[in-house]
Design a binder for this molecule. Structure first.
Ligand code: PRX
Length: 660
């Protein structure tokens, strides 16, 4: 590992990684992706995307692949018409796969349900007829606030089928968060459940809807799925799913909509301001979701069993549970609950039970598994797994290696997929079977995608240099704006590199010496130590590469001498030993970082904590840790998944850890 700090770089490149894992010959030979894909896309980008769009059934073919004349508002497959739900459901039944299981649904309490494509078609048709019976049609907005039950997927597809936009709100959000999202999108209908299972117990959900709807006059009806059978208050807007939907005809003729017909709004919270309603449309979105799902996960629809552990409340659930996989005729597992119910082996039980072959999850969960210990997966037969994926944050090289060895049997390729709610689908990722993977790197833009790392002036940095990640070509699944706020759309994504016309992703990144891309976290999180711009990700990765550390979060706290000083919060691994939090051990950790990255990155302070503050999608809230590090009152904790975490951290600190 070497240190190469460069003053004046937008971001310094400090940590280097030399391990690479070429694909096996067997994997490469059978892979969906072949090296020629890159050449093909480079030779004629639009022709390449047109070919990918042919993965779908179009009622009317497009007459123009891309219209970018209204930049930054793109139109893809102009003039084409298709029905998104038909593409995800009916055409598989029509091609003779009605009896194939689409969804192996696994409830948290242990109940399960296998749903074939034929059954999915009937359920989605009934739900679509129910929407029509309520007067919901094209362009109407429907809020979906549900746990991971099959009806949530039926509801999304039913919206797509009738041309209504769904606005899925994560079931862990509060009534207030739901209300603002309903109001901003002016939803006419809400679909929810009576309750949801969380960590083995039923918890009410509908009261939050009642509270939200009381303050949201646009809502005319609320459809309620019975899941936990808990008693619920009833208003005259409410109707039971089983009464309304089950009595509908299971026949429904889908209508073809314009390629640019809106498909959904999904709210994403930035660091400041109200949540942004990210708008996606139909043809381009489905094309890229389908294309990426096929090549990045190497999906074989006849033999694979795929499992993406995301919640449908996030974009990953939209693109890689619903639209990408179902458009590719997947057989997939959908799991309702938490990974430690009834015990910490639940995911591996499920992998064994269904013979899962492709598993897609987030680094936060991988690090949690590390913390729980490798002996848990070791008790299970995970030999069915052949491709592993990661998304949502930079994955530290050590977590990557742990994942490969303990879950992937030392051989399944890992695809580290970089993308955003705004990009709609995967943008940067190795193609399994083609690219030799590198622990911690998302590596290169997929064929057809333009991405690069630039400095403050928008000039591409050389290999070995760090800067900002930008997307320099429009892509099919790009957002088509922020709902109701054109100016914010232009400001947020297109103003930073206006002259160059680049989309600014908000992430720091670097090239290694081979030109592979490494994501370095949100630029708002970059630390400035004695004039060096250091990424939180690199210091966290160095900490996690120490055998006693499971997870680390690093922040810059103001420092009289150096501008900012590095303060680290670490969670120890299961079995790290009683001394692992002692003064000696802390010193060893600081030295370890100095050795891995260089003395410049040595944390000023390391605190051992039991938990880290995370958003509900698993991202660390460094803002709160900065408050702790700078001895301020901790700020707004309402978007934390578990707001008691900050108390735990403060309590731990008072009981005496761990500056040296
Ligand atoms: O900072 C990047 C990080 O997650 C952000 C997007 O978050 P969201 O819209 O919630 O979507 C998450 C699921 C796609 C990005 O700007 N991010 C996502 N994937 C990666 C990542 N950072 C590093 N490596 C990744 N693979």
């Amino acid at each position: 590992m070497t240190q190469s700090p460069g003053q004046g770089n937008a971001l310094d490149n400090l940590l280097t990684e030399s391990r690479t894992f070429p694909p096996s010959d067997e994997f490469a030979a059978q892979a969906n992706a072949q090296p020629a894909l890159y050449e093909e896309a480079k030779a004629d980008r639009e022709a390449f995307w047109a070919k990918q769009a042919e993965r779908l059934h179009w009622e009317t073919k497009w007459d123009q692949v891309l219209d970018w004349s209204g930049a930054p508002f793109a139109k893809w497959f102009v003039g084409g018409k298709l029905n998104v739900a038909y593409n995800c459901v009916d055409r598989h039944v029509e091609s003779g796969h009605g009896e194939q299981v689409a969804i192996h649904w696994e409830g948290e309490p242990g109940d399960s349900r296998a749903i074939t494509y034929a059954e999915l078609q009937r359920e989605v048709s009934k739900a679509a007829n129910a929407l029509t019976s309520l007067g919901i049609g094209a362009e109407d907005r429907v809020a979906i606030y549900m746990p991971m039950v099959p009806e949530a997927i039926f509801a999304m597809l039913a919206c797509a089928r009738v041309g209504a936009l769904h606005n899925v709100v994560f079931g862990g959000f509060s009534a207030e968060a739901l209300r603002t999202r309903i109001q901003d999108s002016e939803a006419r209908l809400v679909i929810t459940t009576d309750g949801q299972y969380r960590r083995g117990n039923p918890a009410p959900l509908k009261p939050a809807v009642d509270e939200a709807v009381a303050g949201a006059p646009s809502v005319e009806k609320v459809i309620v799925v019975k899941r936990t059978d808990t008693e619920v208050a009833w208003t005259d807007k409410d109707v039971w799913w089983h009464e309304l939907v089950d009595s509908q005809s299971d026949q429904h003729t889908p209508e073809a909509f314009d390629s640019e017909h809106p498909l959904f709004i999904l709210y994403t919270s930035g660091t400041t301001g109200k949540p942004k309603g990210i708008l996606h449309t139909s043809g381009g979105y489905l094309t890229q979701a389908s294309y990426t799902h096929n090549y990045v996960f190497d999906l074989k629809p006849d033999t694979d069993v795929y499992w993406c552990t995301a919640d449908i409340g996030w974009v990953t659930g939209h693109s890689y549970i619903v639209y990408g996989p179902l458009s590719n005729r997947v057989t997939q597992v959908v799991y309702e609950g938490t990974p430690n119910t009834p015990n910490e082996g639940r995911h591996w039980d499920i992998v064994e039970k269904y013979g899962v072959s492709i598993y897609y999850t987030a680094p936060t969960l991988i690090r949690t598994f590390m913390k729980w210990g490798a002996d848990i997966p070791a008790k299970h037969d995970l030999s069915s797994l052949r491709v592993l994926g990661s998304v949502g944050e930079p994955i530290n090289p050590e977590a990557w290696i742990w994942y490969r060895e303990n879950i992937g049997g030392g051989k399944a390729p890992i695809v580290d997929t970089w993308w955003q709610t705004e990009t709609g689908a995967i943008m940067i990722s190795p193609l399994p079977g083609v690219v030799s993977t590198k622990p911690g790197s998302a590596q290169r833009p997929l064929p057809g995608i333009g991405a690069k790392v630039v400095n403050d002036e928008g000039v591409e940095v050389p290999h070995g240099g760090g800067g900002y990640l930008v997307l320099d070509e429009p892509w099919p699944s790009m957002l088509r704006g922020i709902w109701g706020d054109e100016e914010r759309y232009r400001d947020t994504y297109w103003s930073r590199f206006k002259d160059q016309g680049f989309y600014f992703a908000g992430d720091g990144a670097k090239y290694d010496n081979d030109g592979d891309i490494w994501l370095l976290g949100r630029v708002d999180d970059v630390m400035n130590v004695s004039g060096h711009r250091i990424s939180t990700t690199e210091v966290e990765s160095a900490l996690v590469s120490h055998p006693t550390v499971a997870e680390a979060a690093v922040v810059g706290a103001s420092d009289e001498t150096t501008g900012q000083g590095i303060v680290a919060f670490v969670i120890l691994r299961g079995g790290a030993g009683a001394d692992a939090g002692g003064a000696e051990a802390i010193k060893a950790l600081r030295d370890h970082v100095a050795k891995e990255i260089g003395p410049i990155a040595k944390p000023r302070q390391i605190m051992v904590v039991p938990e880290l503050p995370k958003t509900r999608s698993g991202k660390i809230m460094r803002r709160l840790l900065r408050d702790v590090a700078e001895n301020r009152t901790v700020g707004d904790v309402t978007t934390l998944a578990d707001s008691s975490v900050m108390d735990l951290i403060s309590a731990g600190l008072q009981s005496g850890k761990s500056e040296d």
